[in-house]
Design a protein around this ligand. Structure first.
Ligand SMILES: C[S@@+](CC[C@H](N)C(=O)[O-])C[C@H]1O[C@@H](n2cnc3c(N)ncnc32)[C@H](O)[C@@H]1O
Length: 379
């Protein structure tokens, strides 16, 4: 079936004019095209939408992130003003829950300014409605627009939507994966004619040994370096939560999600979420390469349990009806458990801080490599 979205027409025009399009450019256009991009035109979250995220599953998630933010404030010697920044805040649910939890610390709460970095006008409107009444709150089009100062930076399911490159191993070397126009006029995957010079030497040792046909994915370090240099120079820490792998390795994780199911990424460009797993190893290395400190990564399940999610669930259940209590138990399992539909080991968490902060609460990584080994590298 030939796709007829306006964006498909535009992408084909660009391919005809300039030749095959690298996967990262295709992903960039599908998600961020100023008129037709997926993240510019809609609220994709929730049962009626395409996917559900941790903050939408339970209030416990945002509450615990609020308390984790307080622990960073303490570790940073309680600065008089703290910027609480969220990148890609969805409906604003996580920030609302975090701020409610932070009210228990009036000195910190009074010192906060809240900054939401969001490109999506539909979601920005929802955030403004939900967070109406919060003092000292600001919206920004880009992270660089947030004023200077010590900060806690939160990003849940943000990195997976940042465009990736893919390279495929052939007998001739590693070639960039591209999108081109097939015999019937449809969008199809292809590979660039020439190999990428010197690519193999840049790969992690595991990936170098892979057979022809293997796919290696990578994201430019631009976003993580912006975050890491900010906390290195101005103090504080960032927390990045997403699905992904602890160690860099080969694997094709480029996927489309629509109506809570996998879809063909080349069908209906601009109408499905396009994502790829996050390489947490690469994030940590990039942050440390410029002198920030990386903490973890650990699995989401371990992180939330160390922050006390089980105790919080019990206290909510004690006041709830049997039906609500069952929902809370279900949410706990989904956020921290393993296996189908559960996010406990599929999702990982990494902290990046000012190097003066030696440890971040719940982010020592000792036990989690074991979970990754059991699950396989590309969980
Ligand atoms: C997968 S959603 C996650 C939403 C939210 N963090 C949650 O967990 O529910 C991705 C979020 O990132 C936003 N986003 C996508 N690209 C962005 C960009 N380049 N800059 C800032 N926000 C972006 C989307 O509009 C959305 O709010």
């Amino acid at each position: 079936m030939i796709d007829q979205t306006a964006l498909a027409t535009e992408i084909k025009r660009l391919i005809k004019a300039a030749g095959p399009m690298p996967v990262w450019r295709y992903m960039e256009l599908c998600l961020g095209h100023p008129e037709h991009g997926y993240y510019v035109t809609r609220d994709p979250l929730g049962r009626e939408g395409d996917f559900t995220t941790s903050p939408e599953i339970s209030q416990m998630f945002g509450e615990l992130l609020g308390l984790w933010s307080a622990s960073v404030w303490k570790a940073a010697d309680e600065p008089q003003t703290l910027r609480l920044i969220e990148i890609g805040p969805g409906r604003g649910t996580m920030m609302a829950d975090a701020l409610r939890a932070l009210r228990v610390l009036p000195i910190l709460y009074q010192s906060l300014s809240v900054h939401l970095v969001e490109i999506n006008p539909v979601l920005r409107q929802k955030q403004q409605t939900l967070l109406a009444g919060i003092r000292n709150i600001h919206w920004h089009d880009s992270f660089e627009d947030v004023p200077e100062g010590p900060a806690v930076i939160l990003a849940n399911e943000y990195f997976d939507v940042l465009p990736i490159h893919q390279a495929i191993k052939r007998e001739t070397g590693w070639h960039e994966r591209v999108i081109e126009i097939g015999a019937s006029g449809e969008l199809v995957f292809g590979v660039a004619a020439d190999p990428i010079p010197g690519f193999e030497a840049l790969l992690p040792p595991l990936a170098r040994l892979s057979p022809p046909g293997a796919v290696f994915e990578w994201r430019p370090d631009t976003e993580i370096l912006k975050i890491a240099s900010r906390v290195r120079d101005q103090g504080g820490a960032a927390l990045i939560i997403d699905y992904g792998h602890l160690r860099s390795d080969v694997g094709d994780t480029f996927q489309a999600i629509a109506s809570h199911s996998y879809a063909d990424p080349l069908q209906h460009p601009g109408r499905a979420d396009l994502t790829a797993h996050v390489d947490f190893d690469a994030l940590g290395r990039a942050a440390e390469s410029i002198g920030a400190r990386a903490h973890g990564p650990v699995t989401q399940g371990a992180f939330l349990k160390r922050l006390g999610i089980e105790t919080r669930a019990l206290s909510l259940m004690a006041k709830a009806t049997p039906q609500v209590s069952e929902d809370i138990a279900g949410a706990l399992q989904r956020l921290t458990g393993e296996g189908r539909g559960a996010m406990g080991s599929m999702f990982k968490v990494i902290g990046v801080s000012d190097p003066k902060i030696e440890t971040l609460v719940a982010l020592s990584d000792d036990t989690d490599r074991e979970a990754e080994r059991r699950q396989g590298t590309h969980g």
